[in-house]
Write a protein that binds this ligand. Sequence first.
Ligand code: MG
Length: 253
Amino acid sequence: MLRLKNEKQINGIRESCKALSAMLREIIPLVKSGVETIELDRWAQNWIKKAGGKPAFLGYGPKNNPFPGALCISINNEVIHGIPSRRKIAEGDLVSVDSGIDLGGFISDQAVTVEIGKTGEAAHRLNQVTRECLYKGIAAARAGDRLLQIARAVESHAKSFGYGVVHQFCGHGVGFSIHEDPAVPNTPHGPNPRMTGGLVIAIEPMITMGDGDVEVLEDDWTVVTADGRLSAHWEHTVAIFQDHTEILTDRLD
Ligand code: MG
């Protein structure tokens, strides 16, 4: 069921998005070589608490395996849902940092991929093209058009560089909870509703150097590329109005 949002509700979601982007803007310089990802998570939990919010990812998921962090930190071949740990970030890594905040019951979702020092030209280009895919997808998110236009825009841009597009995981509706309908895939498959004013979605291309096939690790969270090759991930929360589309989270690129 699609839960459209009215203007007042979108105002609440926008406020949540601005807080999330402010947090990410501050944490990006801390994402560097030698730092344990659990340290970043502690920092984020603290920041969100001080801002009067709740980490939307913390405790999300099945009761017997809830997500243990405020951040998903996914490094290199990890695509999404990486669990904060004692693992240290290293020079040359591609690190996706994904987070969400519950502020007064309104949920935001945003991800960036950070290049640690000199990543090499191939990784740098993958990251840049993934970010471009996000903005191509957003440009296709318009009231009156079909949802899978987003996937077509993302996929055609990624494919023009020979990259793979992850198809087993998708963007999603967001705002009242972290994952709402509709699914917002990055390859055209599944339901294709018409987009209308009041739709709030997270658009999040996950692009890989290989063919886009992924697997889930033993921890039942971490999604990795099946071929072990690099991936990148960028995400915004976006509100669709009848006459325009607004990116509610701030651009951090
Ligand atoms: Mg998301």
